[in-house]
Design a protein around this ligand. Structure first.
Ligand code: PEP
Ligand code: MG
Length: 932
């Protein structure tokens, strides 16, 4: 049987449907759904889709189409002709088609499109007759010639013109010349005779420059256009967009051939783009823009300011323009009805494109609309309330990176009020951002390489700018609406963006921008508010934007309703602990004791710690430890209190001691004085602490083994803090964690100290017992290998994947920057293993650790506290291996709540297993109490 390569849609039928996006691409699948599904049957111009398989075969066979394709395309074209009662190439009643790309994932503006295909000298009179306008027909022909020469004859043919010599530019200058000679202001002023002149000039120039005639034959045009779309899959901008978005090259693009609907036949026609809800803030309101007398591309290109479709879509920028709801009441009502039918059908916000031809509405596209983070969260929450989707669906609708956008800073409103608004545009990407002005994408990329923060300022952006847009902190454009290229791309990435700041004049060659007489130049700092659409001179301070965000908290509650894995935080101060609690942390998974010696108010404890480090004898050390004790105890007590009875894992001192040796003379002097030794003696002691390889040196439990009194002081501080809180009637769950353990004997050595101090503290506070756990980090490969043995002495494991990655790869975590970029660029590693768990290597050790540990203690509490605990992909892995919790920095807690919920939904088999056989915190906690 011959393989099916072509799928027809139109006339209330379709051979494909929405579920076939892999084969038909997103656009093709949804055109089929809109045309053919019984609940929709929308007015879609008839057409057909050539599958993505053909694209792959085309490349596989050295850029040749499969032989069966021709007959299938001809048959489908016949059907389209039937549905339209027109004929492709017919001089009297010609059918014209558009030829567009359509990959599985949307790649806005990255591939090519040809409109008005099938228009020739012969068919032109028929088109003129149909619309009663010769001018319209000649104009359409002129546009086709220019587009075709550019896209098919030059780009797709692989011709790389010299700078400023591209055919499109040359044809445009001919147009400008004709306009200039006739003193015309715009294209609209061109008369039929001018268009005829232009057409002749265009054709001559094309022949001259490209060495070929413009093909005045419908079939040649069609095949040339199809091939050009396939070739554009491997065009520079498409490849670069795929790299950024992680879209596989092997997906290929489909080609959609569709009968033309003309939005540019006069004032009863137009074209628009709309969203069934506001993609900028999530409001449940119809939001869109349209252009009278224009073709689809004109809206996205942002070259004319579009009108709002209704009152809701008005902004200061476009409120002087007529709204569609008044301009054509009938069409607006029809499209509003389509809006609600589409939302009900797809159960998601849709991004739609439509054209009105002489008062008749046509739907050209619908797809799930891109939205920024705040909008994604609001829509998910609202749609659950509206009973449009389930809470599980809502959880899957928000990407962790979108949630991240809500956690990004916003401009401090107090400072913003005082600041002078330099310019205003449309709020296209949320949050605030400051950066130095650059005017080209290339500059944005280069400046970023040298560590600078930039704001890319453009008249308007186009797909060639994507890398620079990516490299900049934010984007500001002078032209374009909420559906312009800049807005679409920024929204997709959740990047701060202001578009259509029409009062701004951008001069790229002079590297300046001017607004209301104020001039700013390259390198000047500006601050953007992408939520309001304003910008300011200089750098305004940013603050946390999460306070009072009800949607965020409602959404996180939905996540909590489906997740089973707990989320803790890595926090070292009561302040961090409180922040993390607000974000929903259910405990502290890592309190790094040493961090209390850095940062705010740490001078005194740091001084005492240094004294302890520089001590020569146990006696000297004990004196210093006694002085240090109250600081450690009060910090831990404050943190445990802030955690409201949730578990707090306190890790004993870990880093190499020499890290704390003072380097400035003043500090050295006072330290020597306090120890009663000379400066030379202090220097000698400091030198003695030097190690060649400190990361593998005297750190972690090795410190506690060589200086048991250091462990003893810390354990006493933890347990006394806990005992006091218990006495005050508060609930506490301290967990004492030993770092850098590789052998069970190390752990047992420390355990003996803990047991002894526990008994002493119980006695001191007159308590029979109180709860605590004793456990270890698994961060040395040997610990993972011997996890069964270690589990005999530990009540919990916490995977320290920073060190585990370091020691498994043999990569120094502090020096990886020197070679990682080469590894990533050369694809030696797929990603930074310190950011996302290397599942094939380090992951094996983790799995082994979990399995072996639980083979001895089936309910052993297991978590992760390395940086990976905040990485969504790693969180999925942790879930799959059966961890009880992940622990991450406070600002990652919301993301971890979402990722953990998504992991549960994506692995239902694990979720059921977990709920029927809980290995949660409570079970293991009770058991350990009994064994105590
Ligand atoms: C780890 O090694 O993963 C860890 C959490 O400890 P640290 O980063 O403090 O070494
Ligand atoms: Mg570590």
């Amino acid at each position: 049987m011959v393989k099916k390569y072509v799928y027809f849609f139109g006339n209330a039928t379709a051979e494909g449907n929405a579920s076939m996006r892999d084969l038909l691409g997103g656009k093709g699948a949804n055109l089929a759904e809109m045309a053919g599904h019984k609940d929709l049957r929308l007015p879609v111009p008839p057409g057909f889709t050539i599958t993505t398989e053909v694209c792959n075969l085309y490349y596989k066979n050295g850029k040749k189409m499969p032989v069966e394709l021709k007959a299938q395309v001809e048959a489908a074209m016949k059907k389209v002709e039937g549905a339209m009662a027109k004929k492709f190439g017919d001089p009297k009643n010609p059918l014209l088609v558009s030829v567009r790309s359509g990959a599985r994932a949307s790649m806005p503006g990255m591939m090519e499109t040809i409109l008005n295909c099938g228009l020739t000298e012969k068919t032109l009179p028929g088109l003129a007759e149909k619309f009663g306008s010769e001018r319209f027909a000649y104009d359409a022909y002129r546009r086709l010639i220019a587009m075709y020469a550019d896209v098919v004859m030059e780009k797709a043919a692989g011709i790389e013109p010299k700078e400023g010599k591209a055919i499109r530019g040359q044809l445009d200058s001919i147009l400008e010349k004709v306009k200039h000679e006739n003193h015309y202001e715009s294209d609209k002023d061109l008369k039929i005779k001018d268009l005829k002149t232009l057409i002749a000039l265009y054709k001559a120039r094309i022949k001259d420059v490209l060495g070929k005639e413009f093909p005045d034959d419908p079939s040649q045009q069609l095949w040339g256009a199809v091939m050009a779309v396939f070739n554009s899959w491997n065009g520079k901008k498409a490849i670069s967009y795929r790299r950024i978005e992680g879209i596989p090259d092997a997906w290929g693009t489909a080609v959609n051939v569709q009968s033309m609907a003309f939005g540019n036949t006069g004032d009863k026609s137009g074209t628009g783009v709309a969203f069934t809800r506001n993609p900028g803030n999530g409001d449940n309101a119809f939001y869109g823009e349209y252009l009278v007398n224009a073709q689809g591309e004109d809206v996205v290109a942002g070259t004319r300011t579009p009108s709002p479709i209704n009152k809701y879509s008005q902004s200061s920028h476009n409120k002087h323009l007529p709204i569609l709801a008044e301009w054509d009441v009938k069409v607006y009502k029809q499209i509003e009805d389509i809006r609600s039918r589409l939302e009900k059908h797809y159960r998601d916000m849709q991004d739609i494109e439509f054209t009105v031809e002489e008062g008749k509405l046509f739907m050209l596209q619908c797809r799930s609309g891109k939205r920024n983070g705040p909008a994604a969260v609001k829509m998910a929450v609202d749609m659950v309330k509206e009973k449009l989707i389930t809470k599980e669906e809502a959880v899957m609708r928000v990407k962790p990176s979108q949630l991240d956008e809500l956690l990004h800073p916003i401009i401090d409103p107090v400072e913003e009020k005082k600041a002078y608004i330099v310019g205003k545009g449309l709020p296209a990407g949320p949050g605030g951002a400051s950066g130095q002005i650059v005017f080209t994408a290339q500059a944005a990329v280069e400046w970023k390489k040298s560590g600078k923060k930039t704001i890319l300022v453009r008249e308007e952006t186009n797909p060639e700018d994507v890398e620079g847009m990516r490299a900049s902190e934010a984007i500001l454009t002078a032209r374009g609406g909420m559906t312009s290229h800049a807005a679409l791309v920024a929204r997709g990435w959740g990047k701060c963006c202001v578009v259509g700041c029409s009062e701004m004049d951008v001069n790229v060659s002079a590297k300046t921008l001017t607004v209301k007489g104020k001039m700013l130049k390259e390198g000047d700092w500006i601050t953007l508010n992408g939520t309001k659409g304003t910008f300011y001179e200089g750098r305004l301070p940013m603050i946390d934007g999460t306070e009072d965000n009800k949607d965020l908290y409602d959404f996180l509650n939905l996540c909590d309703a489906v997740r089973t894995m707990k989320i803790r935080t890595n926090a070292d101060t009561p302040e961090d602990a409180r922040k993390a609690r607000k974000f929903g942390a259910e405990g502290i998974g890592l309190f790094r004791t040493e961090h209390m010696f850095y940062g705010k108010n740490s001078e005194e404890p740091l001084f005492k710690l240094r004294k302890m480090i520089m001590s020569k004898s146990e006696e000297e050390r004990r004196v210093a430890l006694n002085e240090l004790f109250p600081h450690v105890k009060s910090d831990i007590k404050g943190t445990m209190e802030a955690m409201d009875g949730y578990p707090v894992t306190i890790r004993l001192l870990d880093p190499p001691l020499h890290e704390f040796v003072p380097h400035n003379e003043e500090a050295q002097k006072s330290l020597a004085q306090s120890l009663g030794i000379s400066a030379e003696e202090l220097q000698k002691r400091a030198d003695g602490l030097h190690e060649n390889n400190p990361m593998m040196g005297h750190r972690g439990c090795r410190l506690g083994i060589t200086y048991p009194e250091v462990t003893e002081m810390q354990v006493r501080a933890i347990l006394e803090a806990a005992a006091e809180l218990v006495k005050e009637g508060k609930k506490v769950q301290p967990e004492i964690m030993i770092p850098v353990v590789g052998a069970v004997a190390e752990l047992d050595h420390q355990k003996a100290i803990v047991d002894r101090v526990y008994a002493e503290v119980c006695k001191k506070y007159n308590l029979k017992k109180f709860d605590y756990l004793f456990g270890t980090m698994i961060e040395v490969p040997r610990a993972a290998l011997t996890a069964g043995k270690i589990a005999e002495s530990a009540e919990f494991f916490s995977f320290g994947t920073n060190d585990l990655t370091q020691m498994t790869f043999g990569f120094s975590r502090d020096d990886i920057g020197g070679f990682l970029p080469y590894y990533l660029e050369g694809e030696i590693l797929p990603e930074d293993p310190f950011q996302s768990i290397d599942e094939n290597g380090v992951g094996q050790l983790i799995e082994m650790g979990v399995t072996r540990g639980r083979s001895i203690k089936p309910k052993l509490k297991i978590g992760i506290c390395g940086e990976h605990g905040g990485d969504p992909k790693s969180i999925h892995f942790c879930y799959k291996v059966g961890m009880d919790y992940v622990s991450c920095s406070p600002y990652r807690v919301p993301i971890a709540r979402l990722a953990s919920a998504q992991a549960a939904l994506k692995n239902p088999e694990k979720t059921t297993a977990k709920s029927s056989k809980p290995v949660g915190a409570k079970g293991s906690f009770k058991k350990t109490l009994k064994s105590r």
